[in-house]
Ligand binder design. Sequence first.
Ligand SMILES: *[C@@H]1O[C@H](CO)[C@@H](O)[C@H](O)[C@H]1NC(C)=O
Ligand SMILES: *[C@@H]1O[C@H](CO)[C@@H](O)[C@H](O)[C@H]1NC(C)=O
Ligand SMILES: *[C@@H]1O[C@H](CO)[C@@H](O)[C@H](O)[C@H]1NC(C)=O
Ligand SMILES: *[C@@H]1O[C@H](CO)[C@@H](O)[C@H](O)[C@H]1NC(C)=O
Ligand SMILES: *[C@@H]1O[C@H](CO)[C@@H](O)[C@H](O)[C@H]1NC(C)=O
Ligand SMILES: *[C@@H]1O[C@H](CO)[C@@H](O)[C@H](O)[C@H]1NC(C)=O
Length: 329
Amino acid sequence: MARIIITLSTPLFFFLFSLLSHQTVSQPEHLTTFCNPSDNFTQTSSYEANRDLLLSSLRVRSSLGTYSNATAGRTPNTVHGMFLCRGDITATSCSDCVQTATIEIASNCSLNRAAVIYYDECMVRYSSVAFFSVLEVRPSIVLYSLRSAPNLNTFNETLADKFNQLILNVSSSSLVPYFVEDQERVTQEEGSYEFESMVQCSPGLDRLNCTVCLRFALLRVSTCCGLPSSALIFTPKCLLRYRTSALSSPPPLSPSPPPPLSFPPAPPSPALFFPPPALSQPPPPLVFTRPQDVPSLCGTFSFNVIKGNEIFGRIAITMTALVFALVNL
Ligand SMILES: *[C@@H]1O[C@H](CO)[C@@H](O)[C@H](O)[C@H]1NC(C)=O
Ligand SMILES: *[C@@H]1O[C@H](CO)[C@@H](O)[C@H](O)[C@H]1NC(C)=O
Ligand SMILES: *[C@@H]1O[C@H](CO)[C@@H](O)[C@H](O)[C@H]1NC(C)=O
Ligand SMILES: *[C@@H]1O[C@H](CO)[C@@H](O)[C@H](O)[C@H]1NC(C)=O
Ligand SMILES: *[C@@H]1O[C@H](CO)[C@@H](O)[C@H](O)[C@H]1NC(C)=O
Ligand SMILES: *[C@@H]1O[C@H](CO)[C@@H](O)[C@H](O)[C@H]1NC(C)=O
């Protein structure tokens, strides 16, 4: 069971294209594609040729590292593009993800001057506007489990403590640029669980904006959807992810886990997080919906798309047999 929340860039700017996903576990999972419908180019134009050149250049570079940016063509037909892979995946997975994403973005947004595509393991993007060192938080996507986190009484604090530390650490990370991960066994009276977490920024950002981006992502994940057992947020410039798996629970009476989201969503706790810093626009209000059914464990996943403006309405799609890396089975 997982859900997806999407925040669109500006009203009307990005068009949510597709939520369909691959069915095979080994393939990268497509989350969503945003095509900018308000700015098109014409077929067989220089822009199209440059866009295709740019995407193939990103494909070639995808075997060389987790991030690359590129620029193709001359003004006024210059195209800027990049890919970013999650820092915790293999080079082969990164390359596979970028190969797939670069093909799909051109096919799904064939005549759009700007587009972003998110997979669970990578993102690819192109635009006529240079964006490499610009801080942007939209369009973003949140994918989260419908199962609630373990040790609910304290999970909000555990989450905040962990990510505040990771965000502090990420700008001093020297291994992969702006990538830090952590794994901890949390042992409390309520029970113990494994807590995996990671944060990552696009290397184009400076340290301050990396921190700003991640604080936005943390605030969003902490307040969007109750306290899910797993969540991933992808924004154009940073991503944040955690996963929990319970190891034991105190009363060993109930063999089955409690129904997910049977608790009231935790209220936002502004004191806990730095306020989202002077971003040009505040995040739009969220529509929150709850699942009607107790999720089954055998592979039916429902996705809700929740986004921040009223233009597109609420879309709810139920699909079977999708396996997301974030789903706790
Ligand atoms: C751009 O193309 C899309 C279809 O690909 C269309 O829906 C949209 O209206 C076009 N936008 C403009 C500004 O022409
Ligand atoms: C998006 O692109 C992929 C790969 O080319 C294709 O399979 C899929 O049908 C496209 N989606 C839409 C809605 O056109
Ligand atoms: C952070 O991002 C903003 C907006 O993109 C940019 O103007 C600024 O130069 C960046 N760096 C710092 C240190 O604020
Ligand atoms: C965690 O949530 C509880 C209520 O569920 C609240 O009383 C507490 O202040 C929160 N802790 C923080 C650090 O926000
Ligand atoms: C943050 O960095 C400190 C010092 O390097 C280290 O002790 C700590 O474990 C790190 N915390 C996380 C969550 O990565
Ligand atoms: C990649 O991005 C950096 C800024 O982060 C920029 O200085 C550089 O020119 C870009 N490279 C290309 C090939 O566009």
